[in-house]
Ligand binder design. Structure first.
Ligand SMILES: Nc1ncnc2c1ncn2[C@@H]1O[C@H](COP(=O)(O)OP(=O)(O)OP(=O)(O)O)[C@@H](O)[C@H]1O
Ligand SMILES: [Mg+2]
Length: 454
């Protein structure tokens, strides 16, 4: 607690005194200001971590104070204290970068929780900064871009897990960055100078997969004309990344389970037991728990793999990452294509910010790459972006669970069919209309009704 300093800004002395005394007793370094200008002076002269500021003050409101102190120190976490029920003020403050709000009269338990949350957030940020520095330095992997709290949490777990030998199961939709994260974990781990071996499970048939993973002896099967070391042996001392683990057949699952339990392998067709020291990372975009219920994935293997579980949320659930990713990919692809000073129009950015990204980061990357390659001028325009129809509306998912009225359900279905038709025809309305048996005009009417933009 001693490491954190809190500034209370309130024109009412009694209010200041209560909070001052309370926080001081908790061991914080506490400052108090009776006005916005006093607060600015204190921030200029001291290291302040958290500001608790009243909204309503005569000379400068809390909302006016917020951008000024952020300008001096962007790391400050600003909490606005609002009169009970004035939600708009709170919302405005959040929009301008306040960390949170608390209503008056301040409930001290609530304040405790809030401060705890801020400290946790600060620690996370510091940890991630370290992880990122390590990544950049060790493997020039400045590639993990993150701005959102959700990704910060992902990176924080990854950072802690990286130092151990624990098996990590990374889940997430296609293109969310599972492989990048697996690599990053390896390259910040103590095994970083040893091999990182990727096995793409669906690319190999069951027999081939077993001999790839565990190797085979000479003569083990027709065509095995010499001894072959498996990827576990090649990864000795390092990390093996089992990509799309949900596609592993049950025979191989048993063998993998044994390997994880005993840290040994046997080559196909061999009888010798070979000790291995390999860290296992696995990834999947499938719901393994569902597969367990269906009987296609072993529960015991799942628990072995799932020692640390990291779920990477889809991009549409961490929209703060979109902008920095755009920036990053423009940089990457302008360099690759020898183009300098590439910009992007505000309309194009708006469109990208609203898009739904069914293909996640990979889709965003492809969109930017394509526009950088095909653009004519120096600025990426809205017309340079080719976005898939599927991601254009956030309402394209059919409601699960509570089904809604018949009309609602029919409308949902209609909407989905229109999306599908548009996607299938690459957004060609004439052809989509034909597929659906609608005139183009009728289709356009329905698209308007359902707010479907092309
Ligand atoms: N946070 C990120 N910062 C920068 N690039 C990213 C990030 N996340 C993903 N990418 C990029 O997006 C692409 C897809 O990432 P990756 O292959 O790791 O996804 P995945 O989850 O393994 O996808 P799939 O399930 O389809 O195999 C890669 O080119 C990767 O570099
Ligand atoms: Mg992958």
């Amino acid at each position: 607690m001693k490491d954190y300093s809190i500034l209370i800004t309130d024109d009412e002395q009694s209010q200041r005194d209560i909070l001052y005394g309370y926080l001081k007793k908790k061991g914080f370094t506490v400052f108090a200001a009776a006005s916005g200008s006093e607060a600015i002076k204190i921030v200029n002269e001291n290291s302040v971590d958290i500001i608790l500021s009243d909204y309503k003050m005569p000379e400068m409101t809390g909302l006016e104070l917020l951008p000024r102190v952020k300008k001096i120190n962007p790391e400050i976490n600003f909490v606005i204290i609002t009169a009970y029920g004035t939600v708009e003020t709170a919302v405005d403050a959040m929009k301008q970068g306040a960390f949170d709000y608390i209503s008056k009269p301040v409930n001290l338990d609530e304040l405790d929780l809030l401060i705890e949350k801020i400290i946790e957030h600060k620690n996370l940020k510091a940890e991630n900064k370290l992880l990122k520095e390590q990544l950049v330095e060790k493997h020039k992997l400045s590639s993990i871009i993150s701005q959102s709290t959700k990704m910060d949490e992902v990176l924080s777990v990854a950072s802690r897990a990286s130092q151990s030998k624990a098996t990590v199961l990374i889940t997430g939709e296609n293109g969310t960055g599972k492989e990048v994260l697996a690599k990053a974990i390896h390259f910040v781990s103590p095994r970083k100078d040893e091999p990182f071996i990727v096995v793409n499970i669906p690319a190999l048939s069951e027999n081939l997969l077993e001999s790839e993973l565990f190797g085979h002896e000479k003569g083990a099967f027709t065509g095995a004309d010499k001894l072959k070391k498996g990827r576990f042996e090649i990864a000795q001392g390092g990390t093996i990344f089992l990509d799309e683990i949900g596609d592993m057949t049950s025979g191989t699952q048993v063998k993998l389970l044994r390997t994880l339990q005993e840290n040994t392998i046997e080559r196909v067709g061999g009888s010798e037991t070979i000790s291995i020291n390999v860290r296992v990372l696995a990834a999947t975009n499938q719901d393994l728990e569902k597969k367990i219920q269906e009987g296609t994935f072993r529960e015991d293997l799942y628990y072995r793999l799932n020692v640390v579980k990291i779920n990477i949320p889809p991009l549409r659930e961490r929209r703060e990452d979109i902008l920095p990713l755009i920036d990053f990919f423009i940089g990457k692809y302008s360099e690759e294509n020898d183009k300098q000073n590439i910009g992007i129009s505000k309309e194009a950015i708006d469109k990208l910010l609203k898009y739904n990204y069914p293909g996640n980061v990979r889709e965003l990357e492809n969109i930017i790459e394509r526009s950088v390659v095909l653009m004519r001028g120096q600025t990426i325009l809205e017309s340079d972006l080719s976005l898939g129809v599927k991601g254009l509306s956030q309402e394209s998912e059919i409601r699960k669970g509570e089904a809604g009225t018949l009309t609602e359900q029919v409308e949902e279905l209609e909407k989905k069919l229109i999306y599908d038709a548009l996607r299938q025809t690459n957004g060609n309305q004439t052809k989509a209309g034909e597929l659906l048996g609608l005139t183009e005009r009728n289709l356009r009417y329905k698209m308007k009704k359902y707010n479907i933009t092309k």
